[in-house]
Design a protein. Structure first.
Length: 452
């Protein structure tokens, strides 16, 4: 069998009713994997199998929530919200894709990949938090009502301004890079000293196909005219949102900044946003992130003022174009490690010669791979919650990213660890105990060999 979920002891959270249903969901997924590979199975059988999975998932959510109520679990409401997001948004979108494609192999594979990734990640992170084995990541998100209202407001504004039929891909966007982007931050403050910081992330192709089209721009990159129009359009966009959510608080703009991707990521490492939404507009990705009421540390990014606006915008675009030019000539490497020290070391070691992306967890890595495909993944073997072997399993099971080469960067290269992942065909192993220059030499050697 090509794809199969293997139940491991670490999936158990120690609650019989929950562990039993998790095992059952794993079995159902495996049956669907088997149907996917059996060409004689009918479309009807696939439909029924997917309905079976959905009904069991929904029942499991209800049973799990009843258990959390019985123990007075403090994060019950947030957990319910995650269930609802998967049940009411993710599953319906996947089902729509299946129907529209008449249950094509690609749509079935996509359904299984998303459901498998969600089930593993949710089991290992959010469900383990029920018994205190892990901490729930999304503790600072706003209520589900406000998040839904924010989603609807943004979708409506995107349609009103640009005639885009958008849908939300995630309400817990973690700052992963998607394509070439423009990162624009606006900070507002009211008379009580409360601050509302919004960062809008535009994929460049989105700007070129909307504002660029309106301006009849012929270039393939964002120019000064487009970026200045974006600035003032974005202000109106954000102020419409603030007016809807905080109409009587008297917020006034106190600063605007154009950020590099690295500066944008630092904001996520420092403080999780209260809203962090990622949308697919059909013309490109768009993210809307709000930190309120606290403002991020000052001094990050280009500060734009009336007297220097034109010069700063031009300077930002020059730097942005130079970075793109440099990065386009570099191979992309995604470094996946839960250690900030290791990520920083890899940055110092590799950033001069390679375009680097970073992920500090398995699930963040999968999303990064999908949004911004790298030429190589350097994967930590021994991450908590979702280890390197499991991440590689998920990579190999998703058709769009299955062929991406992965090199394990690990503190252990014992025979047993290597044997466990041989069937997943890693491109190699690098020991963290090597001297940094040896690690760099091996990575350079990998790309030289591949180019030949």
């Amino acid at each position: 069998m090509k794809n199969q979920l293997v139940w491991e002891e670490r999936f158990n959270i120690g609650v019989d009713i929950i562990d039993k249903e998790h095992k059952n969901l794993f079995r159902i997924i495996n049956r669907l994997f088997a149907m996917e590979e059996d060409e004689e199975k009918s479309r009807w059988a696939c439909q029924e199998g997917i309905k079976f999975f959905k009904s069991h998932a929904v029942k499991h959510f209800a049973d799990e929530e009843e258990y959390m109520k019985s123990i007075e679990y403090s994060d019950l409401e947030m957990h319910q919200r995650i269930h609802e997001d998967f049940r009411d948004k993710t599953l319906p979108r996947l089902e729509q894709e299946l129907e529209e494609s008449d249950y094509s192999p690609e749509a079935v594979s996509h359904f299984l990949g998303v459901c498998t990734g969600w089930l593993i990640g949710h089991t290992l992170i959010e469900d383990h938090a029920i018994t205190g084995k892990t901490n729930s990541y999304w503790k600072n998100l706003m209520s589900k009502e406000e998040s839904k209202a924010m989603e609807q407001a943004i979708v409506q504004l995107l349609y009103e301004m640009f005639q885009l039929d958008s849908h939300m891909m995630s309400e817990s966007y973690s700052g992963e890079k998607f394509g070439e982007g423009i990162y624009y931050r606006l900070t507002y403050k009211n008379t009580q000293g409360k601050k509302w910081e919004t960062t809008l992330v535009f994929e460049e192709r989105l700007l070129l196909s909307t504002i660029g089209k309106i301006l009849d721009v012929k270039t393939n990159s964002v120019n000064e005219l487009v970026l200045n129009v974006v600035r003032f359009t974005a202000k109106q966009f954000v102020e419409r949102i603030i007016e809807q959510f905080r109409p009587d608080d008297g917020y006034e703009l106190i600063s605007e900044n154009l950020l590099t991707y690295e500066q944008f990521k630092k904001a996520f490492q420092r403080e999780n946003p209260q809203f962090s939404l990622l949308f697919d507009t059909g013309a490109g990705y768009f993210a809307y992130c709000v930190i309120a009421p606290h403002l991020a540390e000052s001094g990050i990014g280009i500060s734009i003022k009336a007297e220097n606006a034109m010069a700063q915008v031009a300077n930002y675009l020059r730097k942005n174009e130079k970075e793109k030019e440099n990065s386009s000539q570099k191979k992309k490497i995604l470094v996946v490690d839960d250690s900030s020290v290791m990520l920083e070391l890899m940055k110092e070691l590799l950033s001069d010669d390679y375009e680097l992306g970073y992920a500090n967890s398995g699930m963040s890595a999968i999303r990064s791979l999908t949004l911004n495909r790298p030429d190589l993944v350097l994967l930590d073997y021994e991450m908590p919650v979702c280890d390197g072997r499991q991440v590689l399993e998920m990579i190999r099971s998703e058709a769009d990213i299955a062929d991406i080469p992965v090199i394990f960067l690990t503190g252990r290269v014992d025979k047993e660890s290597i044997t466990k992942v041989m069937s997943l065909k890693p491109a190699g192993y690098l020991s963290k105990n090597q001297k940094p220059e040896e690690i760099k030499k091996n990575i350079d050697g990998y790309f030289k060999k591949k180019s030949r």
